[in-house]
Design a protein around this ligand. Structure first.
Ligand code: FAD
Length: 459
């Protein structure tokens, strides 16, 4: 019997994986992951993401081995590599779960064309979003630009429940040339940092993989979910789920998370949490409509905004560097940036405050911050990261006007009232060893508003 190929991408799981289920239903399955740093426009992974991917692939390999299914790891331009592998396997079909970035869709279309030319059955599935981009439309048939009506319309649509894992014993026997290659791990890809090994904090904070994600979901749904509506804004508490990297890498599907949520007795926490999943959907629908979300302002009038682009050796470069490494003299911002550097994650409230500070108080382009988050977050997400940066910067979708500028000190008083979060990450805060603020919050706020006014006057 000819095997079928499952091409894994942002879906490193065996449960609720329609592409895997389809391959197994054919008879015998082989898994494939391609590290694609060569296809035009595909964004190279950041450092923290590479660290996660290494461990995520090990986890997937173990889970597939439990089902008797081998996992091949390959590197190169995906469209070519996938075709090479189906040739070597003499496969009858290739299956994958859809992804929605522009360059990735082009790669997938190229694979489809090649499969058609070679008589291989190719099929893709909806697996990583509750609602396929393009399906949630306004009355006029266009995309929503504002979240609340988007989520209202989306929530009225039916959503399937999650599926399980396939039965064991449906793996293909690899031809000898490929079976030696299957034994190779991701080590050869050098995804882990070596000199220096900066991943100690990541190892302490995270256990990548599906089983760890499922445990976290269970713990959250049976505990903190109940108080999520109040506690989610408190960086000094464990009030949020920390599921973001598991969703980013597809160790968990949103269907699995939604099912668990529906069966939980979470009170108001459940609907507030469901809304956050809605924001995830909204960001991906934006990327689908605007493939250049990470580089182009969604509101083009902001193209003329006088944001600074730090040049080597400039004052802005020093300010940006101080922000990256948590040395701005603004406690909540520094605490967040240090949490990010140490653990690859930052609390959402602090992400908003820190991003607002960079863009509005320091006057630095949001793309500078977006790029730093992309490199340092374990949940670095091609849609959520740029959409949220644009939202905070005021040039994105939804109603987050530029003139609403967070005051980091007021935010700290409100959301870290006993200074537990700040003290944890900035132990020298309040002592002479701590730097003075690099900008005056009031004066920089006024300058940002003047810049906005001049932008409007120019139009
Ligand atoms: P919870 O509060 O438990 O939320 C559950 C899930 O809902 C999250 O895991 C996430 O999938 C989704 N979600 C929550 N908040 C948002 C949001 N604002 N937008 C979209 N989806 C959301 N999240 C990422 O996963 N990757 C990123 O690269 C990313 N970059 C961000 C950049 C900025 C400037 C800001 C302000 C936010 C960013 N976020 C990003 C969104 C949010 O901060 C994280 O999803 C959240 O902090 C993850 O923690 P959690 O899983 O405990 O969240």
């Amino acid at each position: 019997m000819k095997p079928s190929l499952v091409w894994f991408r942002d879906d490193l799981r065996v449960r609720d994986n329609p592409a895997l289920l389809a391959a197994v239903a054919d008879g015998a399955a082989v898994g494939l992951f391609v590290l694609d740093e060569a296809s035009p426009g595909v964004r190279p992974l950041g450092g923290a993401a590479k660290w996660w991917l290494h461990h995520g692939l090990e986890d997937l390999r173990g889970a597939l081995a439990g089902l008797g299914i081998p996992l091949l790891l390959r590197r190169g331009p995906a469209a070519e590599v996938v075709a090479e592998v189906w040739g070597a396997l003499d496969a009858q079909a290739v299956y994958w779960n859809r992804r929605y970035g522009g360059p990735e869709r082009e790669v997938d279309a190229a694979v489809e064309r090649r499969a058609a030319a070679e008589g291989i059955h190719a099929e893709s599935f909806a697996a990583n979003l509750l609602h396929e981009p393009g399906t949630v439309r306004t009355g006029q048939g266009g995309p929503y630009r504002v979240f609340t009506p988007f989520w209202k319309a989306a929530s009225a649509r039916p959503v399937r429940s999650a599926w399980g894992a396939p039965d064991a014993g449906r793996g293909a026997v690899l031809p000898p040339a490929l079976s030696a290659a299957a034994a190779e791990g991701a080590e050869a890809w050098g995804l882990l940092p070596e000199k220096p090994d900066w991943a100690g904090g990541l190892r302490e904070a995270w256990e990548p993989g599906a089983a760890a994600g499922e445990r976290l979901l269970e713990d959250f749904a049976s505990g903190p979910l109940r108080d999520y509506a109040e506690d989610r804004d408190r960086p000094d508490m464990d009030g949020t789920s920390r599921l973001s990297p598991y969703l980013r890498w597809g160790h968990l599907s949103p269907f699995q998370v939604r099912d668990r949520l529906l069966s939980a007795d979470g009170g108001p926490g459940s609907s507030v949490f469901a809304t956050q999943l809605g924001w995830r959907e909204f960001c991906w629908h934006q990327l689908h409509e605007h493939p250049h979300l990470a580089t182009a302002n969604l509101r083009p009038e902001f193209d003329a905004f006088p944001w600074a682009w730090p040049q080597d050796g400039s004052d802005e470069a020093a300010l940006a560097d101080g922000w990256r490494h948590g040395r701005t003299g603004i406690e909540l911002v520094d605490a967040g940036q240090r949490e990010l550097w140490a653990t690859g994650w930052m609390h959402n409230r602090v992400r908003m405050v820190s991003a607002s500070f960079l863009v509005k108080n320091l006057g630095i382009h949001w793309r500078v911050g977006e790029a730093w988050f992309w490199d340092t977050l374990v949940d670095a997400d091609a849609a959520l990261n740029p959409a949220n940066w644009q939202w905070v910067a005021g040039c994105g979708a939804d109603a987050a006007p530029f003139f609403r500028i967070f005051n980091p000190d007021t935010q700290a008083k409100k959301f870290d009232p006993e200074r537990r979060y700040v003290r944890r990450w900035v132990p020298e805060a309040g002592t002479p060893a701590y730097p003075k603020p690099v900008v005056d919050l009031g004066a920089s706020r006024r300058r940002a508003l003047e810049d906005l006014a001049s932008l409007r006057a120019d139009r």
